[in-house]
Design a protein around this ligand. Sequence first.
Ligand code: ADP
Length: 226
Amino acid sequence: MDRSRNQFVSNASHELKTPLSTIKILIETLIYQDPMDPGMTKEFLGNINSEIDRLNGIISDLLSLVSIDSGEMRLKREKFRLDDMVRDCTRKLAPLARERGIELEETVRDAVEITADKSKLMQVVYNVIDNAIKYTPRAGSVHVDMARAGKRAVIRISDTGIGIPEEDQKHIFDRFYRVDKARSRETGGTGLGLSIVKQIVMLHNGTISVNSEVGKGSTFTIELPL
Ligand code: ADP
């Protein structure tokens, strides 16, 4: 195996080990701690369940990366309304935003028809909005804007969140890269989301860029040819 592949396997294993160790600790506590009150037991089982969801998420991300790398990721192109898709993503994430005390609003300026892979582009927009919510403290806001600019569609996702230091901005689309490891793990991040997002956008001949200031917020801009 070459060095980068070794690095990939090592990073991937590390990511899988984290939730596994948590599950192990929780289960051992359940086994050896007696008597445990039913409320506590239920809470532990709930935590184990969340860690399993997380393992599943990491594995799906890893499988996506492998399929991109092997050139096997095929786009299933279909004609659809991009504006409806963006509205759909915002609607799906509204409950999460509400739960986190974040105002999520959208401005869809134009009706835009595109021929592209709908579910993969949905994954892109969903992921970037999800990050915007995750990295914005309570009482902040996330704004999703979509418009047509000549032969391109431009989707802009801005937040009033923690922002990304200048020196990290060029790395956030790299695999496994996290700005603040502890904080990102806390929010359930793997550092894989944006690398997959970028690959999908590139497969569509589009671009994704970030503009950010620490403490003020970030804006991600996705441009797709029509
Ligand atoms: P993760 O799963 O850790 O969120 P991503 O690949 O989606 O991984 O993002 C990479 C890193 O970029 C994150 O760990 C986080 O540090 C940073 N990041 C992404 N989106 C935002 C945002 N909207 N605001 C601040 N930081 C962000």
